[in-house]
Design a protein around this ligand. Structure first.
Ligand code: TEU
Length: 581
């Protein structure tokens, strides 16, 4: 769906470099949990195909589909064992072809998730590489011969001992894995690896795929001297953050330029780079159009403002400060003021549910705060990436025991905590708020026992609140979160000012209200979001004047003294006004 606004480039000279991928809303779909068609308890491609009408009704322009390639699922598909085949639980290549055609027929593009920093240890390349030190595939991975002693320490995000090297007896060597030991890192310094990856990318582009979300792509280059990173270095040179170290390999941009030249440059496709460890002042190195590397990226800076400084994903007991939230998203808007283009998300498969984290999932505020967050995501100057289920106001499931968890990261970190003789009890309490599993529970289609997701035993527990938070119930309710989402996607798609308009923050010190304008040519809108559960009286800052009736109100009432330019905002009230000429 492209904006149906009749404005043209001539009318709106401020719009430069118009691109389809700047004008769409991306819907991230976690296939494992979306819809199961064959009763095995795992979502699949035929299940997604059965929901095309629903997807079309959302007003989205593209789907980011989490990995569907053959995988042993150590990390739910982020451990690929065959880039050219579909995971058996998800279906067949024919099912994929049918889904791609179905999406395209609905005017929805498909962006596949692609993991090329590492493969599964069950990928034939690794199976071969570990057979002998002179195997033709040996150099596809990173090895450290044991006779050199222990390799220089590297942290692993998913290892119960935190170690990024695992000893392999057959060749008396260690191999590198930034993630789990079943996810050995590919050696991008090996030209044969790069050629294999580019060939595979052509395979999917030639099938008609519209782009890739590139997993952990900032990590692909490694310094082959494997320098020692001691505690002092880590703290002083790398901000105490292994992601920061991993994101600084010596040839990273050389490879991304080569990737662009060899693949993306030949198609009308888009890339969304996941670039952990990268800071604001480096972002344009990846997405400035002149650099011919990648198109868009997403950052993690917003995902840290509600976390404690110590512990693994420990939430800050005081939550987050709205002023921090506003600072992060305002600063990232400024990064792309002139060049490049950003994305915006508040939740995904690596994060807890946005409603629980940034809104308020108590029944009293669930709907209104979900709508307020949707308003933010769909009115900023960045391509919104919207996570499936957030359009219903799905919330964290808050598992009580480790046996309920399925995520390699959560389970590994639980064991890491136990190995460190720390408190698993405290960890489990924290995970109720921050574990990735919270956003991976099955999509809630209706109020039946398995929420209409599967007729079998679901691979992960379904949130019991599906009896009243589900798609079927919300279809019929014109004031539901779902129908509000549709209203907002329609508004964004029809108003170029919400896509390309200049962003200006107002009242940046206010701890309850996030207010900003979007202006383009003679058009302007004022977006006012009460991020708090308290009512608040707020004066529209001079010289702003707005039309009396808002375009959007997530509440059924409005207290607006138009003459005095004063509003009394209800808890989590979201308003969009047109600026008066
Ligand atoms: O995540 C990369 C990454 O940086 C993660 O370690 C992220 O910081 C962490 O999940 C936050 O808790 C990508 C994928 O998005 C993630 O799902 C995979 O597990 C990971 O890569 C390995 O492929």
């Amino acid at each position: 769906m492209m904006p149906n606004n009749t404005a043209t480039q001539q009318d709106l000279p401020e719009i430069v470099n118009r691109e389809w991928w700047k004008e769409i809303i991306v819907y991230q779909l976690y296939p494992r949990s979306f819809k199961d068609s064959d009763g095995d308890g795992v979502g699949d491609l035929k299940g997604i195909l059965s929901k095309l009408d629903y997807l079309k009704s959302l007003g989205i322009g593209a789907i980011w589909l989490n990995p569907i390639y053959a995988s042993p699922n150590d990390d739910n598909g982020y451990d690929i064992s065959d880039y050219y085949n579909i995971m058996k639980e998800f279906g067949t290549m024919d099912d994929f072809d049918a889904l791609l055609k179905g999406l395209h027929d609905c005017g929805i593009r498909l962006i596949m998730d692609l993991v090329v920093n590492h493969t599964s240890d069950e990928h034939p390349w690794f199976v071969e590489a570990r057979k002998s030190r002179d195997n033709p595939f040996r150099d596809y991975y990173h090895w450290w011969p044991a006779e050199k002693g222990n390799p220089p320490p590297r942290f692993s995000f998913f290892d119960p001992h935190g170690s990024g090297w695992t000893y392999d007896e057959t060749t008396d060597s260690f191999y590198l894995h930034i993630f789990s030991k079943k996810q050995p890192d590919l050696n991008w310094e090996c030209e044969a690896v790069r050629k294999e990856i580019y060939k595979m990318m052509h395979f999917w582009f030639d099938k008609g795929v519209d782009g890739f979300r590139l997993d952990a792509i900032s990590y692909i280059s490694k310094d082959h001297s494997y320098p020692v990173v001691n505690k002092k270095d880590l703290k002083e040179k790398y901000r105490g953050d292994w992601s920061y170290f991993y994101a600084r390999g010596p040839h990273l941009h050389e490879y991304l330029k080569e990737m662009h030249r060899e693949t993306f440059n030949h198609y009308d496709v888009v890339t969304i780079a996941e670039i952990p460890g990268i800071q604001k002042n480096e972002a344009l190195l990846f997405v400035h159009a002149d650099r011919k590397e990648l198109h868009m990226m997403y950052h993690f800076e917003g995902m840290g403002i509600d976390r404690a400084s110590k512990g693994f994903k420990s939430p800050n007991p005081d939550g987050y400060k709205l002023t921090d939230f506003k600072r992060v998203y305002t600063e990232w808007d400024h990064v792309f003021e002139r060049e490049g283009w950003g994305t915006l998300y508040l939740g995904n498969h690596d994060q807890p549910r946005m409603l629980t984290r940034w809104g308020n999932d108590n029944p009293e505020f669930r709907s209104v705060s979900a709508k307020m967050l949707i308003t933010f995501l769909l009115t900023m100057r960045a391509t919104p990436i919207f996570y499936n289920g957030d359009e219903l106001g799905m919330r964290n499931i808050r598992f009580d025991k480790i046996e309920d968890y399925r995520d390699v990261e959560t389970i590994a970190m639980y064991n890491y905590i136990k190995n460190k003789k720390s408190s698993p009890k405290r960890f489990l309490q924290d995970m109720k708020l921050t574990a990735r599993d919270n956003s991976r529970t099955p999509f809630q289609w209706n109020a039946t026992p398995n929420a209409g997701f599967t007729t079998g035993k679901p691979w992960i527990t379904i949130n019991e609140d599906h009896v009243f938070v589900n798609q079927e119930a919300q279809e019929a309710d014109e004031n539901s979160v779902l129908n509000y989402f549709r209203k907002l996607t329609g508004l964004r798609q029809s108003e170029l000012v919400l896509i390309y308009g200049h962003y200006t923050l107002y009242d940046d010190d206010h701890q309850q209200v996030y207010a900003y304008t979007r202006t383009l040519g003679k058009q302007g809108m004022l977006i006012i979001l009460n991020f708090s559960k308290e009512p608040v009286t707020w004066h529209i800052p001079d010289p702003l004047m707005v039309k009396e009736t808002p375009l959007i109100n997530n509440e059924t009432s409005l207290q607006f003294n138009h003459q005095a330019n004063d509003l009394t905002l209800l808890p989590y009230q979201a308003l969009i006004f047109e600026l008066a000429p």
